[in-house]
Design a protein around this ligand. Structure first.
Ligand code: ADE
Ligand code: ZN
Length: 338
């Protein structure tokens, strides 16, 4: 129990949390009500109960559908603020929050509404709570059962260019881009030029790989997209050559153990490769991914890993220090957190 308290207290960063994944049922209904969206249009009817879904596919469907309640800037602001309040209670001093602009812009929400809502909330969180924030915009590779890029949608490069050029969009907290492929064998073909563009304008890059995708997707992420970090990356454990590549390149993995179990990638935490990756010498951080859907915060992830994978005090400390070290916070900010 002392270790659980230690994990909660130690200064740390959360580097893999989707802002849409922090939309708790109570917030879903609050935003729906004020935006005139009837309960009948929602998959989840009861604000008092937890989300229910079957596996990964059920998760993606519900998560995407629930986004319809996010319409105006105050929705993005309050959603973000709500996360930072909970973050502070868990000893999180810095958070890098993902957002999927395509789930919103395709419904007609301007990119400025999304970015300004989230980043203004981060300004408030830093001044009022001492928790700093960065935003990472995530884009979908087309194809696979959950192909998300739709015809007529703005090209991510054009969108990023318009963001850079728009004086009315807040850019100081925009750290980089992320992405997903829902095609198990897609080698991030469409995302590659987007990543090259992002790098050319000084943005950092991360991508989801080695979760839905096999170990080889982690190799693609490192060699083709040349990312600064890999989100999940846990299936690297299935291929020794990929594992060696992750170690050799010191590519950090933002691991989300309870998400991996809840979404059906591992039968139980006991079967999760966290410990094997840690012993292999990978640079790991612990994260919640989608706390409202997984039903687990970052603190819950630490607690479960302490109880079921027997994380030691030293291992907790390493995970916390890693999270600050591999974050995109400024050196001055990292120093202030440690
Ligand atoms: N969208 C939000 N969370 C995700 C995850 N863990 N994997 C893929 N897509 C996601
Ligand atoms: Zn994720």
């Amino acid at each position: 129990k002392a270790l659980i308290q230690y994990a909660n207290r130690i200064p740390k960063a959360e580097l893999h949390v989707h802002v849409e994944g922090t939309l708790y049922p109570s917030l879903l209904h609050r935003f729906a009500n004020r935006n005139g969206i009837p309960t009948s249009a929602l998959q989840h009817k009861d604000p008092q109960t937890e989300y229910e879904f079957e596996g990964y596919s059920g998760f993606i469907d519900l998560y995407s559908s629930n986004c319809q309640v996010l319409v105006n800037e105050p929705d993005f602001y309050e959603l973000t603020r709500d996360y930072f309040v909970r973050a502070r209670q868990q000893g999180i001093r810095h958070a890098e929050v993902f957002c999927d602009p395509q789930l919103h812009t395709r419904r007609g929400v301007p990119i400025s509404t999304i970015i300004n809502g989230i980043c203004n909330a981060m300004d408030t969180a830093e001044t009022e709570m001492g928790v700093s924030g960065k935003l990472i915009l995530c884009y979908f590779e087309d194809g696979g059962p959950h192909g998300h890029r739709r015809k007529g949608e703005m090209d991510p490069i054009e969108e990023l260019r318009s963001v850079q050029e728009d004086p009315n969009i807040k850019k100081d907290r925009l750290a980089g881009i992320g992405g997903y492929s829902y095609d198990p064998n897609a080698p991030y073909k469409q995302l590659k030029p987007v990543y090259e563009y992002a790098r050319s304008v000084g943005l950092k890059t991360v991508v989801h790989a080695g979760e839905y995708g096999p170990a080889s997707s982690v190799r693609e992420a490192i060699k083709t997209l040349r990312v600064d970090r890999v989100d999940h990356g846990v299936r690297s454990a299935e291929d020794l050559t990929v594992l060696r590549l992750v170690e050799r390149t010191k590519t950090p993995l933002t691991v989300c153990p309870l998400s991996n179990v809840r979404l059906g990638f591992y039968e139980s935490l006991q079967k999760h490769p966290l410990r094997m990756l840690m012993q292999g010498g990978c640079l790991l951080t612990l994260n919640s991914d989608d706390p409202a859907y997984i039903g687990a915060s970052l603190s819950d992830n630490f607690r479960s890993c302490i109880e079921q994978l027997h994380l030691s005090r030293g291992e907790i400390k390493t995970l916390a220090i890693n999270s600050v070290d591999v974050s995109f916070a400024s050196d001055a900010r990292k120093e202030a957190i440690r």
